[in-house]
Design a protein around this ligand. Structure first.
Ligand code: CDP
Length: 732
């Protein structure tokens, strides 16, 4: 993480700020409630001080004498920034009394708090799951706070179920002397009843009051082109409103780049005397350092310079929903967003009312603010809220006639009350793998907050059995989960198809998972950037192309010894240097994990990723690597039809190759894809060419030979039955 120079507030300033937070005056009552109940559900408006203050209250009340107080966050950037803020409030360096642990980055003292270790620890939901894998009782903690529970991410739902079971075990004789585990489940707008019922009638309390008022304005008419509306609104805020930074929510990286370019171009047309407008992107694929950069204030040297910088530069942070919760972006006074949000695919859906309230709350964090909704008030209000006692509705607001929305058909449906839980929205494979790694034997009976559909769960179990077959022991799945950057690539790292495959996949393939954002293509140098892309293109597809780029980067940066050289090389080749650095870092960590777990070749050796990846791949290695990928991603195979389009082997969907793929103009007969995205049609992205025959070899329990031919419509030859899906059922 980079350190920014800034004028740090003093301890006294911070204490004064803390005292003004709505939760401060409720702290004694809150502590009484915590003492009386094993689990407490806490609601309160965004900015009331829940995330920063509740852990400090518990610490001050002595809970940390028996173990750390942990606070889970859905997003790593929030975990890190909250740890920094609370450390500042406690006047200690991050990593001492207050620390954090997020994937690939941690700063905390492992000793028990009463021996000087970290007492207040911010973690992502995913990190807590990992901790629970080795210590299901979570015995290092005396209390856990689950923040932003209303988001209902898969990881946080699973965390809640695990915490409930850890509480029960710690209550019983099996608790191993760990003592009781306090739990506080909190959020701004919450399905309180669901949580109270899940925790057997746990009490719920609400903190009233918001720190600063936010004026909410709606578009007078629906907007047809939301990007255009965003850009014009930002320009209007910049020209017409008093000083203050702008936070804009967009649906994804592409829209952010387009909006940034448009804002930059329009800002150039402003009179020379006009203050500068500075678009800053913020999305999850940015490196952690770049994310923190967007959150930091413009670097001031003195207070006077700060005032000047604020006057001269109005940062407009263009963010995805990463900034929806638990983030305080200093200086933000204006928030603008449309109702569109992006889901797992590139499909856009309306945000929920709960998310809209969260977004508006981003404007009132540090001072009074304004929220510009780029959709009509009718859209927001159309659905009567089902559980509105806790939702403080925004006051009746004037319509924002100055907004640039033309009269057009409504572009979004009326908003749902809350976003559906992730468990009902996406593939459950990752969850199943996590549960298995935690030793949950009967996944079908796992106590979910909202049980997923039984058939989706069964399909996920089947997929996991295919990945890890025969998956009978918790140890194997634990190993797979520990080693994998994501469920889908686990087998290429933890379950290589040959000893040599282990070397190839561990030393070479692992960084590829972080390489999807390698190339960038500035408008002004599009042709040169395209040429660079062509230079690296591998006939094996996008993953091998990414690998080729990382190998070349390793060579250019002397295996990490000459990072400056590496950076210059990356810039000259239109490559994202930060992404390359992240890829190398991820690889180093995966290699270390693999060594720790004793994975590797026949002699247990794991190649040093940096050294081995610096060499170009031989054709044998290319085959080995692609076979290893086939072993990992066989569920994501597609074959070309005589008509030229593709059909996915498992879901039998008609798909096309995404135009950004290295394989767009050379259509291999059989490919693996990393993801399916829907824009105008269903596209496969991040492709690798494979031989169709490998599928039956690497996953014989899943495919029978001839499957690919059958799927393309060609008649299967005698003795080659059509593909069938394995019945599973061996792991109840
Ligand atoms: O969790 P909740 O939304 O209720 O509030 P919080 O995150 O505890 O934030 C309370 C206040 O702390 C904010 O209004 C900010 O003034 C400040 N804060 C900050 O300056 N930097 C952070 N990273 C987090 C909070």
């Amino acid at each position: 993480m980079t350190k920014r120079s800034r004028s740090e507030p003093t301890g006294e300033d911070l204490l004064a700020t803390r005292r003004k937070l709505p939760i401060w005056s409720a702290r004694r009552a809150l502590l009484r409630e915590v003492a009386a109940a094993e689990t407490l559900i806490l609601t309160g408006e965004t900015g009331s001080g829940k995330s920063t203050q509740v852990p400090q209250f518990l610490h001050a009340a002595g809970y940390t004498e028996a173990g750390a107080v942990g606070i889970t966050q859905p997003r790593r950037v929030a975990a890190v920034s909250l740890a920094r803020r609370v450390a500042a409030e406690q006047a200690c360096p991050v990593g001492s009394l207050v620390g954090y642990a997020v994937r690939f980055d941690e700063s905390f003292d492992r000793r028990p708090p009463k021996r000087g270790g970290t007492a207040i620890k911010f973690v992502t939901d995913g990190m807590l799951l990992r901790e629970a894998a080795s210590d299901p009782l979570l015995s290092a903690y005396s209390a856990l706070i689950v923040d932003e529970a209303h988001e209902r991410s898969l990881a946080s739902d699973v965390v809640l179920a695990l915490l409930k079971s850890a509480q029960a075990r710690r209550r019983s004789a099996n608790g191993g002397g760990a003592g009781p585990l306090k739990l506080v489940v909190m959020s701004a707008t919450l399905e309180v009843d669901t949580f109270c019922a899940f925790f057997d009638g746990a009490p719920a309390v609400q903190v009233l009051g918001r720190s600063h008022p936010v004026e909410v304005l709606h578009a007078a008419e629906p907007c047809e082109d939301y990007l255009e509306a965003v850009v014009t609104t930002v320009l209007q805020i910049h020209q017409l409103e008093p000083a203050g930074d702008v936070l804009v929510f967009l649906t994804g990286e592409d829209d952010i780049s387009a909006a940034a370019a448009a804002i930059e171009a329009r800002a150039r047309l402003l009179p020379a005397t006009s203050p500068t407008l500075l678009p800053l992107p913020l999305y999850a694929a940015l490196s952690p350092a770049a994310q923190m950069e967007a959150l930091a204030p413009a670097p001031p040297n003195t207070r006077k310079a700060l005032a000047r910088a604020r006057l001269l530069h109005t940062p407009a942070v263009l963010a995805t929903n990463i900034a929806e919760t638990s983030l305080t972006i200093e200086g933000v006074v204006y928030v603008a967003y449309h109702a569109a949000r992006r889901v797992d695919s590139l499909l856009q859906l309306p945000i929920s009312r709960a998310a809209a309230l969260q977004r508006a709350g981003r404007a009132g964090r540090v001072s009074a603010g304004k929220c510009f909704r780029l959709y009509t008030e009718r859209t927001f209000e159309a659905r009567p809220p089902s559980c509105n006692a806790l939702l403080q509705r925004p006051p009746a607001t004037p319509s924002c006639n100055a907004l640039p929305c033309r009269l057009a058909r409504a572009s979004v449906d009326d908003l749902e009350e809350a976003t559906a839980p992730e468990v009902l929205r996406r593939s459950l494979s990752a969850t199943v793998l996590s549960l298995l790694s935690l030793g949950v034997k009967d996944v079908l009976s796992f106590e979910f907050l909202t049980p997923p559909p039984a058939d989706a769960l069964a399909a996920a179990l089947e997929a996991s059995s295919s990945h890890c077959a025969p998956l009978t022991t918790a140890a194997r799945s634990r190993r797979t989960a520990a080693c994998s950057p994501g469920c889908r690539s686990s087998r290429s790292t933890a379950e290589p198809c040959s000893p040599r495959g282990a070397g190839v996949s561990l030393g070479r393939c692992s960084p590829c998972s972080a390489c999807c954002a390698l190339f960038h293509s500035p408008h002004s140098h599009r042709e040169a950037a395209d040429e660079s892309r062509l230079r690296f293109r591998s006939p094996g597809g996008d993953t091998l192309t990414a690998l080729h780029v990382v190998s070349a980067y390793d060579a250019a940066s002397g295996g990490g010894k000459a990072r400056g050289e590496g950076r210059r090389w990356a810039e000259a080749n239109f490559l994202n240097w930060r992404t390359l650095e992240t890829a190398v870092q991820v690889r180093t960590q995966l290699v270390a994990t693999a060594r720790r777990l004793g994975l590797g070749d026949g002699d247990g050796r794991v190649p040093d990723g940096v050294a081995s990846a610096a060499q170009p791949l031989s054709s044998e290695e290319s085959v080995e690597l692609r076979r290893a990928l086939a072993a990992a991603f066989f569920l994501q195979a597609a074959v070309r039809r005589p008509s030229g389009d593709y059909v996915t082997l498992v879901s039998r969907q008609t798909v096309s190759i995404h135009p950004s793929s290295a394989l767009f103009s050379r259509r291999a007969p059989c490919v693996l894809y990393n993801e399916l995205v829907f824009t105008t049609r269903l596209y496969m992205r991040d492709l690798t060419t494979i031989e169709a025959a490998w599928l039956a070899e690497v996953a014989p329990h899943f495919f029978k030979s001839g499957a690919a031919a059958a799927a393309t419509g060609a008649a299967p030859s005698a003795g080659q039955p059509r593909m069938r899906i394995h019945g599973g059922g061996s792991f109840r």
